[in-house]
Design a binder for this molecule. Sequence first.
Ligand code: NAD
Ligand code: UGA
Length: 461
Amino acid sequence: MKVAMIGAGYVGLTTSACLAELGHETVVFDIASERIAQLRKNHLPIYEPGLDALIRRGTAAGRLLFCNEISAAVGEADAIFLAVGTPTASDGAIDLSQLEAAARSIAPHLKPNAVIVIKSTVAVGTAARIRETVARMRGRMDFHLASNPEFLREGSAIADFMQPDRIVLGCDDPEAGEVLETIYAPLQGRTTLVRTSIANAELSKHAANAFLAVKIGFANEVANLCEVAGADVSAVTDAIGLDARIGRAFMSAGPGYGGSCFPKDTKAFAHSARRLGAPQGVVEAVISGNRDRPVRLAARVVDGARLRRGDHVALLGLAFKANTDDIRESPAIAIANALLRAGMRLKVHDPKAARNARKVLKGDVEWCIDPVEALDGVEACVVATEWSEYAGLRPRDIARAMAGRHVFDYRNLFDPAAMRAAGLHHHSIGRKMVKAEGGHRGKMTEAGALVLPQNAAASQA
Ligand code: NAD
Ligand code: UGA
């Protein structure tokens, strides 16, 4: 099939590279012409594991093209996927300006009977609005519309696309359904194709993200309880997760959910539900708990390590989760800003997201090229993203690098007993703080001699 992709972001690029891999002739258009120019030179504007190689394969095979002209991208296409951004508007609704603009830009160039496929995440009722926009511009209804929400996760986007739990095809007429089934035919046998109405498809995307966010929010609240009750949230979620009705996935407690999806989609879901007269109280409670969480966790750093203005804190991780360079709504950035507001000086590191973070994180921030440099001489350390290279740090090396000894392990990467044995106070999520073994120890030189930190009195207390 001939496919056009409008939007070359995380979803548009992954989806088009995968569609080309499935054998479809795929042309990608983005309004950001420099993005297309970069892609033509094989420079990816985002980091997504494996995407580079997949794009090279598609372009080398001649099945994947990047195009600067909307008419050329759309004119021959059987299906035109819209994968542009749908950010939150100031009132919590979805800002549909990118989607409306994309719909208007393709409308004059559609061949008769082309299928417009909404890939972007939208509230129920949006497809109907886009249908009107395109019909108005064309002056006739010689096209089809479908909703095909995307469920991939950043960091594992290709595998999620190629082996999805399900593919939802929302179509209100059989022609659109047939085109979409042909496009996804190579994945049949690996997954379930759910053919349903457009409204059901739109709602199933928002409801899925809202439910996953509720699961995480619930785990984080249970974690708060475990901390005061002397229980361990991992043990509790492991135990309840074995119940097939509950499931362990998406119950890892942490600094709160972030990213470009859960925060905005929960808000949009709640907003649209309220507008339609069916408020989603559970989701609204989760939204507010998640919003406050990073600030509370930053306060725990200042109080727990008895920090003073001007103290150095290492922040390991800036991305909203591991294996991505995406910092949108990252709890790590929210923690960083709260620490900066409290007068801390930050030494930060992230293996992939530093370039993006530099654009938003301003103030007393030192950018470090590896985690050990970030840890050097700091009074406290916060682990905000679960990169495997942080999990691989040896507690003894952390202790050796730091001046103070408080580690706030907000992704539960380290073994509390090993941290304790290395002379570190281990503050984790959903467990009581584990105090360092023995008395005070300060920064050690390479030879192992003890050098007391400047604020020894504070960190000893
Ligand atoms: P993104 O911001 O990474 O990419 C959007 C792209 O669209 C940008 O390159 C932008 O230049 C381009 N664009 C904007 N307006 C345009 C227009 N009028 N014409 C052509 N191009 C235009 O966004 P994303 O993360 O890929 O998300 C896209 C959609 O997919 C959103 O609705 C999002 O909620 C949804 N989604 C995202 C993910 C994810 O993991 N990022 C997963 C599932 C669904
Ligand atoms: C999420 C969904 O998982 C995808 O199915 C969906 O397609 C996408 O949103 C979207 O609609 O755009 P993504 O945002 O890439 O994908 O990342 P997730 O892996 O879901 O993580 C989201 C946030 O939740 C991260 O901050 C992560 O650290 C956090 N999280 C996740 C937890 O705190 N605990 C968990 O158990 C899982």
